[in-house]
Design a binder for this molecule. Structure first.
Ligand code: FE
Length: 185
């Protein structure tokens, strides 16, 4: 653990405390429930500490911005993946930050290469996809596949999609903090 850890852990807890009870827009879970379900799925799959941390914090951008919870309804892409990754870069290496940054491109990628996937997106996810640029074109697909954290981003994305189950029991935020502490730079 390095010297920034107490600070980052404290900041993460504070963000979940302050904004985590907000609903994950258009889905039947709160931001905190969504984050915990995503992290729990990563843990269950035997993911690395860095990828469990990325899963827990992939939507931290939603907790940081002040655009309002329903900005997609107003035609605004909040760019939460970039906002979140930029914040995480203060504390974490690319193994955490890049899958976070790529979890929206991962949706655009999968929509382009897998029509079944596109068809099963939730209505809220379809709405945000439009604002995020729609399915990738051939050039974007090629570039995305070259990325070092391409596979990790796709894994995170699949846990993200599934992490919308009302009332699902998960470990608490406390349970995941050791993964976070272990993953700092
Ligand atoms: Fe998410």
């Amino acid at each position: 653990m390095n010297t920034t850890d107490p600070d980052v852990i404290e900041q993460i807890c504070r963000h979940f405390d302050q904004r985590g009870t907000a609903m994950y827009v258009g889905e039947p879970v709160t931001q905190t429930e969504h984050a915990l379900q995503c992290a729990a799925a990563a843990e269950k799959s035997g993911a690395s500490a860095a990828l469990v941390t990325a899963s827990l914090l992939h939507d931290v951008g939603h907790l940081l911005h002040a655009l309002g919870e329903d900005c997609a309804d107003n035609g605004i892409d909040d760019q939460h993946e970039r906002l979140g990754a930029a914040w995480l870069e203060q504390f974490f290496p690319p193994a955490v930050c890049d899958p976070v940054k790529l979890h929206v491109p991962a949706k655009r990628y999968r929509c382009a290469v897998d029509t079944h996937y596109h068809a099963q997106l939730s209505p809220a996810s379809v709405q945000s996809l439009r604002l995020q640029g729609g399915p990738m074109n051939a050039e974007e697909i090629e570039a995305f596949r070259q990325h070092e954290w391409f596979e990790a981003a796709l894994q995170l994305r699949s846990w993200d999609e599934a992490a919308k189950i009302p009332g699902l029991k998960t470990p608490s935020l406390q349970h995941f903090l050791p993964y976070v502490a272990r993953s700092t730079r």
